[in-house]
Design a binder for this molecule. Structure first.
Ligand code: PGA
Ligand code: ZN
Length: 426
């Protein structure tokens, strides 16, 4: 008889890739099987994300997570001990409704709750003797196309670029290993181009492992990336994406976007994106407009005809996504489990997206750990796309390397990329 009962839940403080504290949670079952998960953190966060509890004390300049840990070890743990780890939704509901009972999980802290939620999933999978992607979805087979963020701007870098992420999508790769080869060779060419033009400091890394060259605007970085792809010989296999994270350069009072020395209205932003789509093989733009401008988003979506991804717009929140669906805002959901705080709710958001013809792009946070759980989750969702930074630095490569292993495990049943995706149609 397999015993799925939880014996203990234990959280500890570890550090993430920025050297900031975060939680790691162990869920121990009565048969000594453990599920472990670490919690990522954003820097360019959306206003509507679930509440991240930080200590606000002297240690770690206020960023400690001991309060969230105390809540896990002293409040959540006793409530879950003795429960069946495979009853994911029931356990998530205990945390979110019985113990926290706020819309944003501000009593216990969403960082503690998501850590437990993910560790429970891992413990359940381990007890069933299955990889996590299979445990969540018996029909998981799609290896996601990675969106490699090669130039970092916005809040993830110390340069002048307002746009946060300039990325390549190797949609024409044969498989994940080939996608990684394309990305690393392109990055190598990009490094040579940047050093020649801007000097050696241009190839320092930003938060997500992309370069931070002293560039301005949108075209300068895009041109450099296109040239790098061309030099690497992959022009036919690669398309491009942006995460503008535009809320962070939007002025709430004047309702204008401060971009590359100009002050732009929503209409001018849309016109600019249209122009960009004529010049570049852009297939996906994330957070092109302000996080609460559903009307502007609807206009953008009806006019652009490419993938428009809502990150700060939706914050993986089914209620906000529903509002977007009803108003015609965006056509894809950026899926970050810690934005909403439980795995069940995040899965609900993905299901709602798929049912309404929205794509789902699984995403890391800029503050990651070595935990590779999002790779399993992306495969479990058959999402067909994942955004997890440049192909460098351990907190990013852990995800890519996990995908290589999953692809190997799936063998002939693995399919690289979702054949129905809008991304592959351009
Ligand atoms: P964040 O950035 O993790 O710092 O919020 C990622 C993103 O905006 O997609
Ligand atoms: Zn984003």
């Amino acid at each position: 008889m397999i015993n799925f009962k939880i014996q203990s839940v234990h959280a500890r403080e570890i550090i993430d890739c920025r050297g900031l504290p975060t939680l790691e949670v162990d869920v121990l079952l009565e048969n000594n099987i453990t599920g472990r998960a670490a919690v990522p953190a954003g820097r360019s966060t959306g206003t509507h994300e679930a509440f991240e509890l930080r200590d606000g004390e002297k240690r770690y300049h206020g960023m400690g997570v001991r309060k969230a840990i105390k809540n896990v070890n002293e409040i959540i743990s006793p409530a879950l001990v003795g429960k069946d780890a495979t009853c994911q939704r029931e356990l998530d509901n205990i945390m979110r409704q019985d113990l926290d009972n706020t819309p944003d999980k501000s009593v216990l802290g969403a960082n503690g709750i998501i850590g437990v939620s993910l560790a429970v999933a891992r413990a359940g999978a381990a007890a069933c003797g299955m990889p996590l992607y299979r445990y969540i979805n018996n029909h998981a087979y799609v290896i996601p196309v990675p969106l490699f963020n090669l130039i970092n701007g916005g809040k993830h870098a110390s340069g002048d670029l307002e746009i946060q992420e300039f990325a390549i999508f190797p949609t024409g790769a044969q498989n994940i290993s080939h996608a990684l080869q394309i990305a690393t060779e392109t990055m190598d060419e990009l490094a040579k181009i940047l050093v020649k033009k801007y000097g050696k400091f241009a190839i320092n890394y930003g938060d997500e492992g992309g370069f931070v060259p002293p560039m301005k605007g949108i075209k300068e970085p895009l041109d450099a990336i296109v040239e790098a792809v061309d030099r690497a010989g992959y022009s036919d296999l690669v398309v491009y994406g942006l995460d503008c994270a535009s809320t962070h350069f939007y002025d709430l009072e004047t309702k204008l976007y401060h971009l590359a020395g100009e002050k732009l209205t929503c209409e001018r932003m849309i016109a600019m994106y249209k122009e960009l789509c004529k010049t570049y093989k852009l297939v996906s733009i994330e957070d092109a407009l302000y996080e609460d401008d559903f009307e502007g988003w609807a206009q953008l979506t009806s006019e652009l005809g490419i993938q428009l991804v809502g990150d700060d717009l939706f914050t993986t929140n089914p209620a906000r996504l529903l509002k977007g669906i009803q108003s015609g805002a965006a056509n894809a959901l950026l899926w970050k489990v810690n934005q909403i705080g439980t795995l069940s709710e995040a899965l609900d958001a993905a299901e709602l997206a798929f049912k309404n013809g929205y794509a789902v792009q699984v995403s890391e946070r800029s503050g990651e750990t070595e935990d590779d759980i999002i790779s399993d989750l992306a495969v479990a969702l058959n999402a067909g796309q994942i955004k997890t930074g440049a192909p460098v630095r351990g907190e990013r490569t852990s995800k890519y390397n996990r995908l290589i292993r999953i692809e190997e495990e799936l063998g002939d049943s693995a399919v690289y990329g979702d054949p129905n995706s809008r991304l592959l149609r351009r």
